[in-house]
Design a binder for this molecule. Structure first.
Ligand code: AMP
Length: 283
């Protein structure tokens, strides 16, 4: 595996690899099995597998956890080597945002709902860094997790709007045995907080069971998920949304193949998200 810290060395490594189809997995590191599921698919479906690790400051708000975001580049790098990754790109901030940096990508409407409400500017940071990474790596396919479903929708819109020559593959949420979606941020949780956090996946399981029983009213599903989260005193609800994929708006009734049930909570200082998807986000 070739590890590159600069754009120039990434370009050299890509050029040396020749004209092979490139798969790309962008991450912020502190890798877990969720990330590795993307890496494995990327390896399987492409001749050249490129992974980036970059904690992108532009997608963190001023009061968010940029400084304390968990990092372990040596361990990450060993994991990726074991997975057979060809190129690891680990740029620094001056490489990615060399001053004066003045170009930003706004994916309007989709960026201001759900997580965008409590994280203004977050999706602008995500879209901008991912477009830059796509331009640098020039992948045929890029791999994302359904865990960040709104992110995948924002990026899908960007790919369509700008005619980017990349296919997005959005893969299922990988969970711990107890049901909690894997996240680099789970290390912040105390054991009591972690137990409380399980109300989040449980609330979505409840929605799934209700749908199976025939419930199709968005409001009834939203209220049930909200109540299941509210029943856990250590959780503070950020939002529950039962929305259509095209505009993230709630319709009176859910539609098979076109519904996202997404929720965000705070447990102590930690913000957690999870979702249930009826549909496919790949493009
Ligand atoms: P991050 O390092 O948090 O930016 O995540 C990098 C990629 O891994 C994103 O596309 C995430 O959606 C994906 N990802 C994070 N957690 C999971 C998970 N539990 N299951 C599947 N994919 C995940």
């Amino acid at each position: 595996m070739k590890a590159c810290r600069t754009i120039a060395s990434l370009r050299r490594a890509l050029a040396a690899a020749g004209d092979r189809p490139v798969g790309f997995v962008p991450t912020m590191g502190f890798l877990h099995e969720g990330h590795l599921s993307l890496v494995r698919a990327c390896r399987k479906e492409n001749e050249l597998a490129v992974v980036s690790i970059y904690v992108n400051p532009a997608q963190f708000g001023p009061a968010e956890d940029l400084q304390r975001y968990p990092r372990d580049p040596e361990h990450d790098s060993a994991l990726l080597k074991k997975e057979g990754v060809d190129i690891l790109f680990m740029p620094g901030d001056t490489e990615m945002y060399a001053p004066p940096f003045r170009t930003w990508v706004d994916v309007r409407e989709l960026d201001s709902k759900l997580c965008g409400r409590s994280r203004p500017g977050h999706f602008r940071g995500v879209a901008t860094v991912v477009l830059k990474l796509f331009n640098l790596v020039q992948p045929q396919r890029a791999y994302f997790g359904q865990k960040d479903a709104q992110q995948a929708l924002v990026l899908r819109q960007m790919v369509r709007d700008l005619g980017l020559p990349v296919r997005l593959r959005v893969l299922p949420i990988v969970r711990d045995a107890d049901g909690l979606a894997l996240s680099s941020r789970n290390v912040y949780l105390s054991s009591a907080e972690r137990r409380a956090a399980l109300a989040l996946p449980r609330s979505l399981e409840l929605a799934k069971a209700m749908i199976r029983e025939g419930e199709a009213r968005s409001r009834a599903l939203r209220k049930a998920v909200e109540a299941a989260i509210a029943a856990e005193p250590l959780l503070a609800l950020d939002y529950v949304a039962v929305v259509r994929l095209q505009d993230l708006e709630e319709a009176p009734r859910i539609e098979a193949g076109n519904t996202l049930i997404a929720a965000a909570v705070r447990v102590g200082k930690t913000r957690l998200i999870d979702n249930l998807l009826l549909g496919d986000l790949s493009c």
